[in-house]
Design a protein around this ligand. Structure first.
Ligand SMILES: NC(=O)c1ccc[n+]([C@@H]2O[C@H](COP(=O)([O-])OP(=O)(O)OC[C@H]3O[C@@H](n4cnc5c(N)ncnc54)[C@H](O)[C@@H]3O)[C@@H](O)[C@H]2O)c1
Length: 329
C-alpha cells in the first residue's frame, strides 16, 4: 500500500511516517517545511521515503506528485497548527488549512484514491465547562482562527464524501505531546524555559484543561483507522488523561528538579477555550484501538527525550525569542 503523507516533516506527521516505514508501508511525504517542519525528524527513515518539498496550496505541484506517486491512501496532516499564531496572523491558516485541503481533495478525486484521512482536531467542537464530553455528533463551535480553519477543512472533507463519493474519514485527536514537538506548544515550552532557568509563562491562572494524548498512540489510532475505519465517518481520538495546565507545568518542573517559583502567570490567550474532553468509545469499539500510554509515563518519556536532544531544542528556542515576546505578556 502506498501512502502519501502531507505535513510528514511535522510533529505528529513524522511520528506517523516513522511508524509507517517500520510497518512496511511505501511512504511519500509532502511538506512545505515551514518553521514547524524539520527533516531531522525523518532522518532515521530518510532512505525509505520519497520526499517532496511542496506547498499543498499549489494545485499543479500537488497533481504532479499524485501523478508520480499514485497513492492508495492520503493522510493529511499538513497545516498551520498553533492557535497563538493564528491569532497573530489568521491569513496563513485560512490559506494552508482550507485552500490546501481543497487542493488535496480535488487531486484525490481526480486520481481516484482509496482513502483520504483528514486530520482534524478536538478544537472544532469549541469549549466545555467543568463537565461533559464531546461526541462525534456534537455541534462544531470553533472559537479561534485556527479551529475555524480546521472545522472548514473538516466540512470540505464531508462535502467531498457526500457529493463526490470520495472515501474520506475525519479524525479528531486531542492535544498531542511527545518527542520532536516544536517548542511553541505548552509541554516543550515549559521544558525549554525551565532547562534555561527562565520564567515559565502560564496563561491566566493555568486552570484550562486539556486531554493529553501521547503522539505514538495517536499514530497507532491512524493505523487502526486505515485498517478498520469506515469512509464518511468521524472518529474522536483521545486518552481520558485530562489535566489542568498548571498541573502539567508543575509535573514537568518536578521531573526536571526545578522550583515552582519559575512559574509566571501571564495575560490569558484571547478567546482561550476553557476545557476540551472527548468521548472516544467509537474508535475503541469499531477499530479496536485504545491509548496505551498514561500521562505520567508519557510525560516522563517526553522529558527524557528533550534532555537527550537539548541541542535540537535550544536551536529552535533561538528562533522563538522574538515570537515569545509577542505572545507572553
Ligand atoms: N499537535 C496537536 O496537539 C494536534 C492535535 C489535534 C490535531 N492536530 C492536527 O494534526 C496535524 C499535525 O499537527 P502537528 O502538531 O504535527 O503540526 P506541526 O505544526 O508540527 O506540523 C505541520 C507540518 O505541516 C507543514 N505544512 C504547513 N503548511 C503547509 C503547506 N501549505 N504545504 C505543505 N506543508 C505544510 C509544516 O511544514 C509542518 O511540517 C495538523 O493538521 C493539526 O491541526 C494537532
Amino acid at each position: 500500500m502506498k501512502i502519501l503523507v502531507t505535513g510528514g516533516a511535522g510533529f505528529i506527521g513524522s511520528e506517523f511516517v516513522r511508524q509507517a516505514v517500520k510497518k512496511g508501508y511505501q511512504v511519500a511525504v509532502v511538506d512545505k517545511l515551514t518553521y514547524a517542519g524539520d527533516l531531522e525528524r525523518l532522518k532515521e527513515i530518510w532512505d525509505s521515503i520519497n520526499f517532496y518539498r511542496a506547498d499543498i496550496t499549489n494545485p499543479e505541484f500537488v497533481e504532479h506528485i499524485f501523478d508520480k506517486e499514485k497513492p492508495d491512501v492520503v493522510i493529511h496532516f499538513a497545516a498551520e497548527s498553533h492557535v497563538d499564531r493564528s491569532i497573530l496572523n489568521p491569513a496563513e491558516f485560512l490559506n494552508s488549512n482550507i485552500l490546501g485541503t481543497y487542493v488535496l481533495l480535488e487531486a484525490s478525486k481526480k486520481y481516484n484514491i482509496n482513502l483520504f484521512i483528514n486530520i482534524s482536531t478536538d478544537e472544532v467542537y469549541g469549549e466545555l465547562g467543568e463537565t461533559g464530553k464531546f461526541t462525534e455528533e456534537s455541534p462544531l463551535k470553533p472559537n479561534s482562527p485556527y479551529s475555524v480553519s480546521k472545522a472548514s477543512a473538516d466540512m470540505l472533507g464531508r462535502a467531498y464524501f457526500r457529493t463526490y463519493g470520495l472515501p474520506v474519514i475525519t479524525i479528531r485527536p486531542s492535544n498531542n505531546y511527545g518527542p520532536w514537538q516544536y517548542p511553541e506548544k505548552l509541554i516543550p515550552v515549559v521544558i525549554a524555559k525551565a532547562l534555561q532557568n527562565e520564567t515559565v509563562p502560564v496563561y491566566g491562572k493555568g486552570l484550562n484543561v486539556r486531554e493529553w494524548l501521547y503522539v505514538e498512540d495517536c499514530a497507532n489510532a491512524i493505523f487502526a483507522i486505515i485498517e478498520k475505519g469506515k469512509p464518511g465517518e468521524i472518529y474522536n481520538v483521545a486518552s481520558g488523561e485530562e489535566r489542568r495546565n498548571i498541573e502539567v507545568v508543575k509535573a514537568i518542573l518536578e521531573l526536571l528538579g526545578k522550583p515552582y517559583d519559575l512559574i509566571k502567570f501571564v495575560e490569558d490567550r484571547p478567546g482561550h477555550d476553557f476545557r476540551y474532553s472527548m468521548d472516544f468509545s467509537k474508535i475503541m469499539k469499531e477499530c479496536g484501538w485504545k491509548p496505551k500510554t498514561n500521562f505520567e509515563e508519557g510525560l516522563e518519556k517526553t522529558v527524557k527525550w528533550y534532555l537527550e536532544h537539548k541541542q535540537w531544542l535550544f536551536k529552535k528556542v533561538e528562533d522563538l525569542k522574538e515570537y515569545w515576546k509577542k505572545v507572553y505578556k
